[in-house]
Ligand binder design. Structure first.
Ligand code: COA
Length: 360
């Protein structure tokens, strides 16, 4: 187990080990998912990691005990700095989803997070849906289940983590039938218009919408179902919106957003956003969708998404897969996505462990 204290120094051997760890995670993700969409180039991950205003990080590699020992495990623990300062978000990758390697990585994550005074750690891991006749473990929310004997699940359970929630990872094959999108857009618009209208932008929020964009991001942190995950409101400001946009650009990614404006107040009250890597035209990732409380039930969710998918066709003509993650109990969001044609791929387990902080 080796903590990469010099990972940001590109001339130091730690930097090479960071790259090796990220490459291990790419191999594992591709083997599990059967496509390279989660193999974000190292340069992008590194550029993002170097922007440390809102998050600090620990990186660790687990390698064979030899001078050039093979890297068999990789760990990042991400620490929010401006809110949720009790949390550590864990990203662990063990070669072959091995139980013992995962146990070692989780123990290290726990030690590092506790040393920083963090009291809850959480991680999201990919699983196949439990097949008929297999043992099942239900999430604490009661929605979604996994097979607890799966090699990864076994590691989390052995380390005392709780399965708090599951998410459904789904893919929408692109491009989507345009007639269907036009029909959904027209049906939703008939309900929402003229009280609401749509606006859209790419990569940079228009100045006059910045405060509204920050408010919508903040609402994402409270209004999306989180079960008993120990998350508090994330504070978003116009400056943080710009910071996040600059971080995406630094990681060589773009984004498309469609928002719903309430015509009477002039405020944007809902948005949907997708991100995409410039270097890999086939993949697009749903980053957010929300309608503010008080404006729900007017079909804005479907209207914004149908409009975004129509714009995406022109903006990313080679896109083939739109990925999304939805809490298994989020019926309203899931019903919109199912209607649009999203297909379930994996169950994502949201694990949590409460810690006793070590004050050094
Ligand atoms: C998911 C979401 C975007 C749907 O937006 P929407 O524009 O309100 O969607 P719709 O108008 O199609 O309404 C969806 C359902 O909510 C119901 N609804 C009506 N008024 C509502 C209100 N005040 N609050 C909540 N739901 C309401 C509607 O009746 C409808 O139910 P039905 O399908 O049984 O008729 C919205 O519920 C939301 O922002 N949720 C919180 C954020 C979230 O979970 N985002 C997804 C993250 S993955």
């Amino acid at each position: 187990m080796y903590t990469l204290t010099n990972w940001a120094d590109t001339t130091h051997p730690d930097h090479g080990l960071l790259r090796a760890g990220v490459e291990l995670s790419h191999r594992e993700a591709e083997a599990f998912h059967g496509h390279p969409d989660f193999s974000e180039p190292f340069e992008g991950i590194f550029a993002e990691a170097c922007r440390g205003e809102y998050y600090d990080r620990d990186f660790v590699v687990l390698r064979d005990d030899a001078p050039d020992g093979e890297v068999r495990g990789f760990l990042q623990v991400l620490y929010p700095l401006s809110d949720n300062t009790h949390l550590g978000f864990v990203w662990s990758e063990a070669q072959g989803r091995d139980t013992d390697l995962t146990v070692a990585l989780l123990a290290e994550a726990e030690r590092l997070a506790a040393a920083r005074g963090r009291t809850s750690i959480m991680e999201w891991t990919d699983h196949r849906e439990a097949a008929d006749g297999e043992p099942v473990l239900d999430a604490a929310t009661g929605a979604g289940r996994i097979n607890p004997t799966d090699s990864l699940a076994a590691a989390y359970l052995a380390c005392g983590w709780e399965l708090e929630q599951t998410e459904r990872h789904s893919i929408l094959p692109l491009p989507v039938d345009q007639e269907m999108l036009d029909r959904f857009a027209a049906q939703s618009r008939a309900v929402a218009h003229p009280a609401y209208e749509l606006v859209s932008w790419v990569d940079r929020t228009p100045d006059e919408l910045l405060a509204g964009h920050a408010r919508l991001n903040q609402a994402m942190s409270t209004d999306v179902p989180h079960g008993e995950l120990d998350m508090e409101e994330t504070v978003h400001t116009p400056e943080r919106v710009r910071y996040n946009e600059d971080t995406l650009a630094a990681a060589n990614k773009g984004y498309l957003a469609v928002a719903a404006r309430h015509c009477e107040s002039g405020e944007i009250v809902g948005f949907t956003r997708v991100d995409y890597p410039h270097v890999w035209p086939e993949a697009v990732f749903q980053a957010a969708t929300l309608v503010l409380d008080g404006h729900r039930g007017h079909r804005l969710g479907m209207w914004m998404k149908a409009d975004l998918l129509t714009r995406l066709r022109e903006l990313r003509p080679d896109a083939r897969r739109l990925h999304t993650w939805n809490a298994s109990e989020n019926d309203h969001m899931l019903s919109i996505n199912v209607a649009l044609g999203f297909e379930v791929r994996t169950v994502v387990a949201a694990w949590q462990k409460k810690l006793t902080p070590i004050h050094t």
